[in-house]
Design a binder for this molecule. Structure first.
Ligand code: MN
Length: 264
């Protein structure tokens, strides 16, 4: 890292889990254009659902990537690793100085409720929060195609707000944008994660060598009837903004567990 970075503009690091070629990444770069100097460090290949995995037993390579879009992209790299790898490597080696903000996305598909745990998109932002940098993850609530424009508009608006006002220490924002035309989005709702789970069912099949293999499928079940959840907000046409933290301690359980006898 150098100290002679040429501008006083904010430095924004952009990553994702859909890979360097994903349309949502390009949409995010365009949407954030003008807010600051942009660095793009994203996985070379799609890393959806890798969660917070990091690469420790293999080398990680960073390839400079030709990004022909807006002029304020000051550096772009594709990395042979996960979203968390991208943020770690970017901050240690690839960006000209410590970023003011990390934005991950725009993911193709929602990252709400329990899916936050599996999300690579959210993990890029989580890694930034762990490193003490304000961060948000942005997802478009549609699994294929769709217009990333409205999600980009909200990403820009929320990013500008975070640059201006910051975030509480250790908190990152998980933003989910409904797949609606801009004029039909009803605004921003600050939400909590809905209680939910996947009911898994592995399809079993047999490979050409007659060996069994399994393929994960499942049914997503919302177990939460609250009106203040991410899922409810998205269903109602709001952009859901959920503050997350990476301290997974169940504080409400501490007292009861401390009062238990652990001696048998
Ligand atoms: Mn993804």
């Amino acid at each position: 890292m150098t100290n002679d970075f040429p501008t006083n503009r904010p430095l924004i690091l952009i990553s994702n889990d859909d890979g360097i070629d994903a349309p949502g990444l390009r949409a995010l770069v365009s949407a954030l254009s003008g807010l600051g100097d942009l660095c793009v460090v994203a996985p070379l290949t799609e890393q959806s659902a890798v969660g917070h995995a990091i690469t420790v037993r293999d080398p990680v390579r960073a390839r400079p990537w030709p990004f022909e879009t807006p002029p304020d992209v000051v550096a772009a790299y594709a990395v042979t690793g996960t979203p968390a790898d991208c943020v770690k490597l970017a901050i240690d080696k690839l960006v000209p100085r410590r970023p003011d903000l990390v934005v991950s996305g725009i993911n193709q598909g929602p990252n709400a409720a329990v899916n936050v745990i599996y999300s690579g998109t959210v993990s890029a932002a989580t890694e930034a929060a762990i490193l003490g940098i304000d961060a948000l993850a942005v997802s478009l609530c549609r699994w294929r195609g769709g217009d990333f424009g409205p999600a980009g508009r909200y990403a820009r608006r929320i990013a500008a707000g975070v640059l201006r006002e910051g975030l509480p220490p250790g908190v990152l924002l998980n933003v989910n944008v409904p797949a609606l035309p801009l004029g039909e989005i009803r605004g921003v709702a600050v939400t909590r994660q809905a209680h939910s789970r996947w009911e898994e069912s592995f399809v079993d099949r047999v490979d050409p060598s007659n060996q069994p293999y399994y393929w994960l499928t499942g049914r997503f079940v919302n177990l939460d009837e609250g009106a203040d959840t991410d899922l409810a907000a998205i269903d109602d046409g709001f952009v859901s903004v959920t503050p997350l933290h990476y301290d997974l301690t169940a504080y409400e359980a501490l007292d009861a567990l401390r009062n238990r006898s652990w001696d048998g």
